[in-house]
Design a protein around this ligand. Structure first.
Ligand code: MTE
Ligand code: MO
Length: 424
C-alpha cells in the first residue's frame, strides 16, 4: 500500500447522493481535492513525461509494473519441512475482481513441479472400460472444449486457524484458493469414448509428478462437470498448475484436481490411497475420521482492510472488500459487520456470478476512526449460511485441519492497522 496524500487536505466530501446513510447501497461520493498549494505531482515534469519509454517488445511476455511488486505468492517457511512438498499462498489482499492472475495462483505440490515435455505427454484411460485408450496432447485438442470459471480451494485452507487465530494476513489464512477460467474437454466425452462398463462406479485420477498423486472420484461427478483442462485464463496451464493437462473437479477439494494428469482408471470401488485416508479426512473429537468430504462449503473473507492491507487514509469513506465462494453453487448474498456481529449490513456484489466460482463483494462506509471488528458472512444459493468458528468446533471438535469455513475476524485499531483475532 503506497497511498500518499500530497498538497492540501481533501475537500469536504461532496456527496452526490443522499444514500450515504445506507452504507453499502449505491454510494456516490466525490473525492476531488480543493485547490491549494501547488502540487509538484502536477507542476513538476517527471522522467516519464520528458523521456521516451521502452518500445514494443521490450517484454515479449509482459510483467507487472515494478510498483506493483507486493503482489506475489508467499509461503510460511515453518509450515513444511521442505519446499518440494509444500504450499505458498495467493496474495488475496492485493487482488480485486474475481479472476486470479496465472502467476499468482497459489501452489501446492507433493513432489515438486513436474516439467512435462508436451511431446511425451500421454493420457491413458484403463480399467473397467470397453476400450483402453491413450491420448496425446494433439489428440485431446481435437475434442470439443468448454470454458468455465471455477475456484480451486485446498481443503487445508484456513487449517492453521482451527485452534485459534494464528497467521496475520488473509494471504496466509485464506490464500490457498485461486479462481481461473479453464478451457478443457468435458471428462464425460473421453469416458464415453472409452465406454465405461456397468460396474464402473469410480475413477482413479493419477498425476505424472514424482508424488504420483492419486485420488478416487465417484463416476457421477466425473460424468457431471469435471474437465480435462489445458488452458487457464486463455493461455497454457502454468507448470505449477499442471502443464500440460490437469483435472478440474468443480466445487470439490483442491487435492482431487490432479495436475500433470496421466491416467484415469475406471474401477468398481474407491482405492483408499494415502491422500484420501491418512490425509484429507477430518479427525473428529471422538477420534473417528470423516471419510470423503469432497464439497467445499460456503466461505468468505474480507481481503481489505486486513493485516497486510491496513487503512492508510485515516477517517472517512472506506471501501471494505472481499471474496466469497461455495462448492454448491453461487453466492447471492454476503453480509458484513463492523462490530463483531452486533449489526450486519448486506454487502454489494459486483462482477459475474458463476456457479462454483469466487464472487466479489464491497461495503463502503464512513469510518469514524474507532476500532472495528470486521467480519463477512456468505450465503450460498442453497440457502446455507457460513458458520462461526465456534459453531464449527461444536460439531467438529478441534482435531481438524481441513474444511475450516468459519467466519474470519479482523480487528482494526484507531491507526487503521489490522490484526487476526477471534471473538467468542
Ligand atoms: N499431480 C499432483 N496433483 C495435485 C497435487 C500434487 O501434489 N500433485 N496437489 C493437490 C493439492 S493438495 C491441491 S490443493 C491442488 C493445488 O493446485 P495448485 O497448485 O494449482 O494451486 O492440486 C492438487 N493436485
Ligand atoms: Mo490441498
Amino acid at each position: 500500500m503506497d497511498i500518499k496524500i500530497k498538497g492540501t487536505k481533501p475537500s469536504r466530501r461532496n456527496f452526490l447522493t443522499g444514500a450515504m446513510a445506507a452504507g453499502g447501497a449505491a454510494v456516490s461520493a466525490s473525492f476531488a481535492r480543493a485547490q491549494g498549494a501547488p502540487d509538484p505531482a502536477i507542476t513538476e515534469l517527471q522522467p516519464w513525461r520528458n523521456q521516451l519509454g521502452d518500445g514494443v517488445d521490450a517484454r515479449p511476455y509482459g510483467v507487472p509494473s515494478k510498483y506493483a511488486s507486493e503482489a506475489v505468492r508467499r509461503d510460511v517457511p515453518w509450515l513444511t519441512a521442505d519446499p518440494i512438498s509444500s504450499v505458498n499462498f495467493t496474495p488475496l489482499h492485493e487482488l480485486d475482481g474475481i479472476i486470479t492472475p496465472n502467476g499468482l495462483c497459489f501452489e501446492r505440490h507433493h513432489g515438486g513441479v513436474a516439467d512435462v515435455d508436451p511431446a511425451e505427454y500421454r493420457l491413458m484411460i484403463n480399467g473397467l472400460v470397453d476400450k483402453e485408450i491413450v491420448f496425446t496432447l494433439e489428440d485431446l485438442m481435437r475434442y470439443p472444449r468448454e470454458n468455465h470459471v471455477y475456484f480451486l480451494e485446498c481443503a487445508a485452507n484456513s487449517g492453521m486457524e482451527w485452534a485459534g487465530a494464528q497467521l496475520n494476513g488473509c494471504q496466509f489464512t485464506h490464500g490457498m484458493i485461486h479462481n481461473v477460467m479453464y478451457t478443457g474437454i468435458p471428462l464425460r466425452l473421453l469416458l464415453e469414448e472409452a465406454g465405461v462398463q456397468a460396474g464402473g462406479k469410480w475413477l482413479l485420477a493419477e498425476g505424472a509428478d514424482a508424488s504420483a498423486m492419486t485420488r478416487s472420484i465417484p463416476m457421477e461427478k466425473a460424468l457431471d462437470d469435471c474437465l480435462v483442462a489445458f488452458k487457464m485464463n486463455g493461455e497454457a496451464l502454468r507448470p505449477e498448475q499442471g502443464y500440460p493437462v490437469r483435472l478440474v473437479v468443480p466445487g470439490w477439494e483442491g487435492n482431487m484436481w490432479i495436475k500433470w494428469l496421466r491416467r484415469l482408471e475406471v474401477g468398481d470401488e474407491p482405492w483408499h490411497h494415502r491422500e484420501e485416508t491418512s490425509k484429507y479426512t477430518d479427525l473428529l473429537a471422538n477420534g473417528q475420521a470423516r471419510r470423503f468430504t469432497w464439497e467445499m462449503d460456503a466461505k468468505s473473507v474480507i481481503t481489505s482492510p486486513s493485516p497486510q492491507a491496513p487503512i492508510t487514509h485515516g477517517k472517512g469513506w472506506t471501501v471494505v472488500t472481499g471474496i466469497a465462494w461455495s462448492g454448491r453453487g453461487t453466492i447471492p448474498r454476503v453480509d458484513v459487520t463492523l462490530d463483531g456481529g452486533k449489526n450486519w449490513h448486506q454487502a454489494r456484489m459486483s462482477g459475474p456470478s458463476f456457479n462454483k466460482s469466487v464472487h466479489r463483494f464491497y461495503y463502503e462506509f464512513e469510518w469514524d476512526g474507532s476500532p472495528l471488528l470486521l467480519q463477512s458472512r456468505a450465503h450460498d444459493s442453497t440457502g446455507y449460511v457460513q458458520p462461526t468458528k465456534n459453531e464449527l468446533r461444536a460439531i467438529r471438535g478441534e482435531n481438524s485441519i481441513y474444511h475450516n469455513n468459519g467466519i474470519q475476524t479482523w480487528y482494526v485499531n484507531e491507526n487503521g492497522e489490522a490484526e487476526n483475532v477471534e471473538i467468542s
